[in-house]
Design a protein around this ligand. Structure first.
Ligand code: GLP
Length: 261
């Protein structure tokens, strides 16, 4: 894993956006894996600024989102369909060419999940997968004890994740128990992964993911087996890393040709 530590949230979001933009500029027909959550709101805002200022074409992009709540209509304010429209797609002139987000209203969830995997395969696989991390180590909605061999499927959220995500729902609404999420292997098959996390709240999770044991109790740790994962974080999110100085030294000494932004 390559760990890149930026001084603050703005710098980290900007760097993540620059990595995405460079990929799109060099390969306009990229297949992007997209994520949701508060963290990505910052990344998408920075991405849109760059797409507009640098006139980056997005109309050939194909996108696949990681997950969606079961039982929420696409126009529900807390659905990830709505999130993506609100934070990215509505402001992206002309693109993407094809947007894929799991259908939380599918009657046949098993068929929906199999179809999602098939669509990823038919698109040629995911080139770059954007990721956030849950405090319990989830990526997508792969909660602790998720099979490290899993693919897109139905998952049940932990009480902790439902409690944290209640912020996106009205006070009188119940956070769904079930979601459809890409599996750990679906994510691991992306050619490149870009994990973004901000704030002290994520520091323990980042340390466990980068430096802890690989375990299904902490699904993000599976990324230690991924050959091309970049972890872009701010100083507070890096605060529990044992080898923090080493990562900073590696990045500072990085040859220009190796840079990805
Ligand atoms: C949700 C999403 C994850 C995301 C996580 C972190 O649980 N399903 O993909 O990584 O939120 O969210 P935040 O960025 O709000 O901390």
């Amino acid at each position: 894993m390559e760990v890149i530590i930026e001084p603050d949230v703005d710098a980290a979001a900007e760097l993540a956006a620059r990595i995405l933009v460079r990929r799109i500029r060099e390969h306009p027909a990229s297949v992007l894996g997209l994520a949701t959550g508060g963290t990505q709101e910052r990344v998408y805002a920075a991405l849109l600024r760059l797409v507009h200022s640098d006139r980056i074409p997005t109309d050939q992009l194909v996108t696949f989102n990681l997950d969606e709540y079961v039982g929420l209509a696409p126009d529900h304010p807390a659905s990830y369909h709505r999130y993506m429209q609100q934070h990215l797609f509505a402001a992206m002139e002309g693109g993407p060419k094809r947007i894929n987000i799991p259908n939380g209203l599918a009657r046949d969830i098993v068929a929906e999940c199999a179809g999602y995997e098939q669509a990823i395969r038919e698109a040629g696989g995911i080139d770059l997968q954007l990721l956030g991390i849950g405090e319990d180590g989830h990526i997508g909605f792969n909660e602790p004890t998720s099979s490290l061999g899993s693919r897109t499927r139905l998952k049940t959220l932990t009480a902790e994740t439902r409690w944290i995500n209640r912020a996106f729902f009205k006070p009188d609404e119940e956070v769904p128990h079930h979601v459809i999420t890409m599996g750990v292997v679906t994510i691991m098959e992306a050619r490149t992964c870009l994990m973004v996390a901000f704030g002290e709240r994520k520091a323990a999770a980042i340390a466990a993911m980068v430096e802890g044991p690989v375990t299904a109790m902490f699904p993000a740790s599976a990324l230690q087996y991924h050959r091309d994962t970049m972890v872009v974080i701010d100083e507070p999110a890096a605060s529990q890393l044992k080898l923090r100085d080493y990562y900073q030294g590696v990045y500072a000494a990085k040859p220009a040709w190796q840079r990805r932004d």
